[in-house]
Design a protein around this ligand. Structure first.
Ligand code: ZN
Ligand code: ZN
Length: 396
């Protein structure tokens, strides 16, 4: 049985940490990232870049910290040693995770980290800014270094992060394979009356048992009409016979994300559910088939929409139809540049990774989303996880 017939206890009992885990990102790869960042800095005339805490700091320096009001940042000059800005009381934690050679500059609680950063620029006159740096940090820097030109660092940061290395692909393959296994087991624990909360708790425990960084990184479980809302409805629902089940969840491995959606029926599907599910499957397959290096990102979204429009759905965002973009880049952030959306003209290139999820929403009735991820290859695309086989047998 692929839907129902088991229990959470039984499905958790034989889960073990993932065998053959993919190796973490190594020192050599981080050096190559810094070199690429410097090459891209030259193309925008930046003499240094500042990267604040968050996914990009993890990418360049290995430090897995989230941004707070206290400035933690990497200053990478075009020439010379990288510098870390860090509160003094956090030094031990920083040293324990820092993955690059860097000079560490410390500030005390009452001091200005922005003046310290201004001194760390080493005379750079043009500073590229991490676009994820909070405005208060940008503003602090602007005041502490009034003579330095501040420019958008996105071409440097996205330019590095959007092309994934084989090591990154391996970490994401593992995360996605783990999440698909969790999906498979979640379908088996379904029973009449089970709540969305109980399924979410199982999914978190299963991700933990497989060795994900911190359980589920997110989890949406939607039954019946709630599936018509791309990010669900508040409150708990209990499963009833004939309900559509939409589950979207993911985890992280060494910070790299998975994010997979499956939609199927608990019980016998209606003819309308079968019809719409089949159109969804075709839209997802057409988007995948259109992927080739050089094709602009927006074209993949357009291809999915053409399938929907040929079946009478809206070619735009109106319902019934696809109310959001077809897909997002993924890596250390669950949503990152570039995007499969109208207006994003970034040419696809080998190593880019995307979700493919051209959801169909039928208002006040149900929604169907199939979400799998692919990476761009030299000749086309390769799936991380094979798409759902059928509405009745979601896992083959
Ligand atoms: Zn998702
Ligand atoms: Zn997604």
């Amino acid at each position: 049985m692929s839907i129902g017939g088991s229990t959470a206890e039984r499905e958790l009992a034989d889960l073990r940490p993932w065998p053959d885990p993919a190796p973490p990102i190594g020192a050599q790869e981080r050096l190559a990232r810094l070199a690429r960042a410097r090459a891209l800095m030259a193309t925008i005339g930046a003499e240094a870049i500042i990267v604040g805490a968050g996914a990009s700091l993890r990418y360049f320096a290995g430090v897995p910290w989230n941004a707070t009001e206290r400035l933690v940042a990497l200053v990478l000059p075009a020439e010379g040693e990288p510098r870390m800005i860090c509160p003094r009381f956090e030094l031990g934690s920083l040293e324990a995770s820092l993955g690059i050679d860097a000079e560490i500059l410390l500030w005390e609680e009452h001091e200005s980290p922005y003046e310290l950063t201004a001194r760390a620029l080493g005379g750079a006159r043009t500073l590229a800014i991490d676009p994820a740096l909070p405005f208060f940090a940008f503003n602090g820097l602007r005041q502490a270094a009034p003579d330095v030109a501040l420019v958008d660092g996105a071409p440097v940061i996205d330019g590095c992060r959007m092309i994934k290395s084989p090591a990154e692909l391996a970490l994401m393959s593992q995360a996605k394979a783990m999440t698909l296994e969790v999906h498979r087991r979640a379908a088996r624990i379904l029973a009449p009356g089970i709540t969305t909360g109980a399924v979410r708790r199982f999914i978190d425990q299963a991700h933990r048992a497989l060795g994900a960084d911190d359980g589920s990184s997110f989890c949406a479980v939607q039954f019946g009409e709630a599936s018509a809302y791309p990010h669900g409805l508040p409150g708990e629902q209990a499963l009833a016979d004939g309900d559509l089940v939409l589950i979207d969840t993911g985890c992280r491995v060494q910070g790299y994300n998975s994010d997979i959606t499956r939609t199927y029926v608990f019980g016998a599907p209606s003819p309308e559910q079968v019809r719409v599910w089949e159109i969804e499957r075709r839209a997802q397959a057409a988007a995948f088939a259109a992927v080739k290096p050089g094709v602009p990102c927006e074209e993949i979204d357009a291809v999915a929409r053409r399938v929907l429009a040929s079946e009478g759905f809206s070619p735009d965002y109106d319902l019934p139809g696809l109310p959001h973009r077809t897909g997002h880049g993924i890596g250390l952030s669950i949503h990152e540049a570039p995007y499969l959306v109208r207006g994003d003209k970034t040419p696809l290139a080998p190593g880019m990774c995307f979700s493919n999820e051209p959801m169909i929403v039928i208002p006040d009735a149900f929604g169907i989303r199939l979400e799998d991820h692919f990476h761009v290859t030299e000749t086309g695309a390769a799936w991380f996880t094979e798409p759902q086989v059928s509405l009745e047998k979601p896992f083959g």
